[in-house]
Design a protein around this ligand. Structure first.
Ligand code: KIV
Ligand code: ZN
Length: 386
């Protein structure tokens, strides 16, 4: 039986930190409802102490969304935890996500303290949060660059204090996939009380490896993955939800599964793109506008014969439009004949050769040849129109 992976969406917290992507409360509720329909397990709704607007959003999302757990971020400080407790008061299922730096770089140059003191502060924060909620996640910030032996001590201490989930963030997106996987494996093998909590992957995309790192963490024993729609987030972004979900689905040999309704992936991607004014690159995996578009002659010929020649995912499975054949100067006769047939023109070999020649002249002038252009091309052609 496949092992369940919990999807923790942080579009409304880590994603919303992106300059220019800020949403108002109504827009956040719209995204939260779409995330609920998508089937995510946890929605990180905000960082309540950070601003009255974020506080209000966590309150309103808690009222509007009932199925997923609603999570609020805090620093390892009682004042933050108090704000999170207040903001989560209406949530049916609630989680506090607290934590502190774990790498020596953060401990010395950001927190200006010692390893002993950060463990002390982390443990105190978890114990304090557990007075109010049963579900407490602890983040070991910059775990990607932390001394792994110290990291294991920290994880063990916060689990003993009552953490139910421990997040191992590669905050700077520094690690390579096998390094992140080894880190998770080390924790699984060396933390004595690891069976009392689950490990979570939180990967940033500074080297373009966030999804690969998250998958590596999951395969090596993590049970939760933190991700955002369209991979938005600080700097180069976070693990993209749609990528990690579809990688798990496409590779059943990993023995993992999620409860995401993949048919909702493209619709929610478009919703977030529009509300956040953050255009998705055309070649973005799964949700980019070219993700199922074929433009070279060889590929087009292959796809026309059988979609699976060049597609590993059925566009319908992610809620995308059917695969498209884009007619350009790189297209071959097969693609042209196919599109003309769809428009009602069935051409014999000689006629197709002649039309193809004229098509290439047109395609060299226009970047893309649309149906209207083809109809213009066929205007004076003595062809069989069905
Ligand atoms: O990247 C990170 O370390 C974070 C934590 C606050 C979880 O976003
Ligand atoms: Zn982050």
């Amino acid at each position: 039986m496949a092992r369940r992976v919990y999807i923790f969406d942080t579009t409304l917290r880590d994603g919303e930190q992106v300059p220019g992507c800020q949403l108002n409360t109504d827009e956040k509720i719209q995204v939260a409802k779409a995330l609920e329909e998508l089937g995510v397990d946890v929605i990180e709704a905000g960082f309540p102490i950070s601003s009255p607007g974020d506080f209000k959003s966590v309150v309103e999302i808690s009222k509007a969304v009932k199925e997923p757990t609603i999570c609020a971020l805090t620093r390892a400080k009682e004042i933050d935890i108090d704000a999170a407790v207040q903001a989560l008061q209406f949530a049916k299922r609630k989680r506090i996500h607290t934590g502190i730096g774990s790498s020596d770089i953060h401990i010395q140059h950001k927190l200006r303290t010692t390893r002993e003191k950060v463990i002390e502060q982390g443990v105190a924060a978890v114990k304090y949060a557990r007075k109010f909620v049963d579900d407490v996640e602890f983040f070991c910030e910059d775990a990607g660059r932390a001394d792994v032996v110290f990291l294991a001590q920290m994880v063990e201490a916060v689990i003993a204090a009552g953490a139910t989930v421990v997040n191992i963030p590669d905050t700077t997106g520094f690690l390579l996939p096998w390094q992140y996987g080894e880190r998770i494996k080390y924790l699984v093998e060396h933390v004595k009380n690891i069976d009392k909590a689950i490990l979570s992957c939180h990967n940033h995309n500074d080297l373009g490896l966030a999804t690969a790192n998250a998958i590596s963490g999951l395969v090596n024993g993590a049970a939760q993955v933190e991700c955002t729609i369209n991979g938005i987030g600080e700097r180069a972004g976070n693990t993209s939800l749609e990528e990690v979900v579809m990688a798990i689905k496409a590779h059943s040999s990993m023995g993992l599964e999620t409860k995401i309704n993949s048919k909702k992936l493209v619709p929610i991607s478009r919703l977030v793109e529009g509300l956040m004014h953050m255009p998705v690159q055309a070649n973005k995996a799964i949700v980019g506008r070219n993700a199922f578009a074929h433009s070279s002659g060889i590929h087009q010929d292959g796809v026309i014969k059988n979609r699976e020649n060049y597609e590993i995912i059925n566009p319908e499975d992610v809620g995308a439009d059917a695969s498209s054949i884009v007619l350009t100067a790189r297209s071959g006769r097969a693609a042209l004949a196919h599109r003309l047939e769809q428009l009602g023109f069935r051409l014999g070999k000689e006629e197709l050769d002649a039309t193809y020649k004229r098509f290439l002249e047109m395609a060299d002038q226009r970047k893309q040849v649309e149906d209207a252009d083809l109809l213009e091309l066929m205007k004076d052609n003595a062809t069989v129109k069905e």
